[in-house]
Design a protein around this ligand. Structure first.
Ligand SMILES: *[C@@H]1O[C@H](CO)[C@@H](O)[C@H](O)[C@H]1NC(C)=O
Ligand SMILES: *[C@@H]1O[C@H](CO)[C@@H](O)[C@H](O)[C@H]1NC(C)=O
Length: 320
């Protein structure tokens, strides 16, 4: 009995992981451009649930995103899944994806119990616990978790690395500036602002964001790529909480991230050890500043932070 249950469980996780992967590709809106997955589209268009093996209901549109739901690519010979945001499907849905931010203000926003037998509720969250209120509301309701944490049932990180098909030396974008930081949520008591306040006495940091120099999203990559270093400082420190501040702002802009967040060992589970500088590697902000200034004067040493890019490439997830 127990074994049966666990193989059934494994089956569902596999099933759902693939479904969710598909879902994430939907959200990226350009999934046919993604190379790492073989997508047979549009021959596998599912026009209705009648052909589907699994019905997945999005309880809300995460972040209000209006990505199309009427296409269901079929990677890896996956079961066919029918995605919908129409709640009249609730009684028949095999899984319901519940985006925490959209429901956490009130229990009334959750699907109502009793739930249909065999239905999985998937808790979806991309915020750190510091910005995910009312977590207790989910107690004893959720079957599967889906978040940036690697111990989620379905892991949906902010970005990841992809092997390059052929080894190819990376061309470092031209550098004319030293250190940049983009920050919107300026909280003077946060670890990152305190650290910055010490750092700026020892090295020049150009700060962009709401209360600083303005920087339009469309210019972000171009502007940041001209800097040798980027401060990928997370707003709060939590297990595996590594966001677009690393993936988009630093790695995808072709600069070297200086990270403040979970410990170095955590970052090393996601990216190579020689791809970033961790603030914890230094006893003080001044020591970090001295090291950055040293790298600035030593192109060979600086370029070592790009070596990994000849075999790997960073990819942003759907929300960045
Ligand atoms: C999902 O979790 C709820 C609450 O713990 C439980 O009652 C239900 O049986 C679970 N559903 C499945 C399909 O395991
Ligand atoms: C990459 O650069 C290294 C050293 O700069 C060189 O030895 C190597 O041949 C280059 N590889 C390719 C694929 O261009």
């Amino acid at each position: 009995m127990a074994a049966q249950h666990s193989s059934r469980y494994k089956y569902v996780i596999t099933f759902l992981s693939i479904a969710v992967l598909t879902f994430l590709l939907f959200m990226m809106n350009h999934f046919d451009k993604i190379g790492f997955i073989e997508i047979q589209c549009p021959s596998q268009l599912l026009q209705s649930q009648t052909e589907a093996d699994m019905i997945v209901l999005l309880w809300t549109r995460p972040f209000g995103n209006r990505f199309p739901l009427n296409r269901c690519p079929k990677p890896f010979n996956a079961p066919r899944c029918f995605f919908t945001d129409d709640r009249t499907w609730y009684p028949r849905a095999n899984a319901v994806i519940i985006h925490h931010r959209d429901v956490c203000n009130s229990k009334n926003q959750m699907p109502q119990i009793p739930r249909p037998e065999g239905q999985y509720w998937v808790w979806f969250n991309l915020e750190s616990p510091s910005h995910a209120p009312n977590l207790g509301m989910m107690d004893n309701l959720i079957n599967l978790t889906m978040s940036y944490r690697s111990d989620s049932d379905i892991c949906t990180p902010y970005g990841w690395l992809q092997k390059k098909e052929i080894l190819q030396n990376f061309t470092i974008p031209g550098k004319s500036k030293l250190v940049a930081w983009v920050v919107s949520n300026w909280n003077p008591s946060s670890k990152r602002v305190k650290f910055y306040n010490e750092l700026k006495d020892h090295i020049k940091v150009d700060v962009y964001g709401q209360q600083h120099k303005s920087l339009a999203m469309k210019d972000l990559k171009d502007v940041i790529s001209k800097y040798k270093f980027y401060l990928s400082f997370e707003n709060s420190i939590h297990t595996d909480y590594i966001t677009e501040k690393l993936w988009r702002n630093a790695l995808m802009s072709g600069t070297v991230p200086v990270v403040l967040g979970p410990p170095r060992e955590t970052y090393e589970r996601f990216i190579p050890s020689d791809s970033f500088i961790h603030v914890d590697d230094f006893p003080s902000a001044k020591d970090l500043a001295d090291y950055l200034l040293e790298l600035d004067q030593d192109p060979q040493k600086y370029e070592r932070y790009f070596k990994w890019r000849s075999r790997l490439q960073s990819v942003g997830g759907p929300f960045i």
